[in-house]
Design a protein around this ligand. Structure first.
Ligand code: ADP
Length: 425
């Protein structure tokens, strides 16, 4: 505030107060007593100072109001700008976006969602009426009940078939409003299916010629042996390479089957399954002078696909024996909070920490030469991971180079479901 403006204001306001001040001065002059006159004069001066102070404070308050008003206008402009940017962002997204209330009524749909679901008048309609998806309705109810984000892959049939990665999450803790985003992954899933079918078909097609090649090579080996010829070595090599190719195609078929079909599950006595399965590896362990130990908690049941869990055990125990030169392999089964825990521990070559992160990838082998020697395909652990995850479980490994490894599989027991199912055997 400038001095000129202040003086101006004081002048303007004092002008209003001056008649009273003049009145007081005259009243003072009229007082006959000189002391009384001084007192009256003093009072007049004090009142004038008071008036001036009030004016200064009022002018300060006016200035502050002006500043706050300007600031709130700037904030308002900034808010509008941010809202426009968010609107543009939602409109330009390659994802269907809805904002709904706790009852499922659509409050907002972005351009893509409006066009795809033909939802021009969607505001006020329910999400179910717009998308005709009861699965989405269920997911939304789950998010409302949990008050937390939920995500699921949903197959929509309206207006065309579409696989959508769908997420529902609360806007904020205070507002009973929810965002719904649907990302169209139909092409991705179609390409995955094409790849799976391709791998399965190729593996299948290769089997017949490989069987023929093997049979012919074995016939030639027999003839060579009778005639004492020198081609025996090469023919044996052909047989072992064909066997290797057969193992690879077999593993590829197992993997693509596990990927393409949901495993049929039933209640299985896991304790018995693990015990029996470990037994079958005794001869292989004995052949390498390894001790095969078991520590199995009895009576553990789980809802699972028996053949697939057998495959998991085969791959883990087989690896443990293959990658161990001396010592022991221990197979354990116990219940933990998350379900059933299967452990396969060995005292073998171990795996370095930079490799443990990758061994579950397809065809990843720490030592190609050793894997080839032991007849490995590089697919065993990816099959394990796929099967375990398809059962809602987890697989992990802890290992130290030259000390040994411990593979852990956690399978949810799902006792409620299990209790209502008849035992498989
Ligand atoms: P492979 O057929 O080559 O054994 P896997 O997918 O079963 O393929 O395993 C991937 C790689 O992980 C193996 O090549 C090996 O290097 C390592 N591996 C698996 N199990 C063990 C183990 N018990 N001890 C040491 N290394 C292992």
């Amino acid at each position: 505030m400038t001095v000129v403006r202040l003086a101006d204001q004081i002048w303007g306001q004092t002008a209003g107060a001056s008649p009273y001040a003049l009145g007081l001065v005259f009243a003072a002059l009229l007082v006959p007593d000189p002391i009384g006159r001084w007192l009256a004069g003093g009072l007049v001066a004090l009142s004038l100072v008071g008036v001036a102070r009030l004016l200064v404070e009022k002018s300060r308050a006016d200035e502050e109001v002006r500043l706050v008003t300007t600031r709130s206008r700037v904030l308002e402009v900034e808010l509008v700008r941010q809202k426009d940017a968010l609107d543009d962002f939602a409109e330009g997204l390659d994802t269907f976006v809805f904002l709904i209330d706790g009852e499922g009524t659509v409050l907002y749909a972005n351009r893509l969602a409006t066009a795809h679901f033909d939802a021009r008048d969607s505001q006020g309609s329910t999400l179910l009426a717009v998308t005709l998806s009861s699965d989405l309705q269920d997911l939304m109810r789950k998010a409302v009940a949990l008050g937390a984000p939920v995500i699921s892959e949903i197959v929509y049939s309206h207006p065309i078939e579409m696989v959508g990665q769908t997420q529902v999450w609360p806007e904020s803790a205070e507002e009973p409003r929810y965002f719904v985003s649907i990302h169209n992954i139909t092409d991705l899933r179609r390409l995955e299916r094409v790849r799976r079918d391709f791998v399965a078909n190729v593996s299948h097609e290769l089997r017949t010629p490989m069987t023929t090649v093997r049979a012919m090579a074995e016939t030639l080996i027999d003839e060579e042996t009778e005639q004492g010829g020198s081609a025996h070595r090469y023919l044996s090599r052909i047989v072992s390479e064909v066997d290797r190719l057969t193992r690879i195609t077999d593993d590829l078929l197992i993997l693509s089957q596990a990927e393409s079909t949901e495993p049929a599950k039933q209640l299985v006595d896991l304790s018995q399954l693990v015990e029996l399965h470990a037994e079958t590896f005794k001869p292989s362990a004995d052949a390498k002078s390894l001790r095969l130990l078991t520590d199995i908690e009895p009576g553990i049941q789980a809802v699972c696909n028996e053949a697939q869990i057998n495959q998991v055990l085969t791959n883990l125990i087989d690896n443990a024996i293959n990658y161990t030169q001396s010592g022991h392999v221990t197979v354990r089964l116990a219940t933990i909070e998350e379900g059933a825990l299967i452990e396969v521990e060995d005292t073998g070559v171990g795996i370095s920490s930079e490799n443990t992160a990758r061994i579950f990838e397809r065809f990843y082998r720490v030592d190609r030469g050793r894997s080839r020697q032991t007849g490995g395909t590089g697919l065993g652990l990816s099959i394990v991971r796929h099967i375990v995850e398809a059962h809602g479980g987890k697989v992990s490994v802890e290992s130290q180079l030259n000390q040994g490894s411990c593979f852990r599989v956690v399978l949810p027991c799902r006792l409620n479901e299990a209790e209502s199912t008849e035992p498989a055997r």
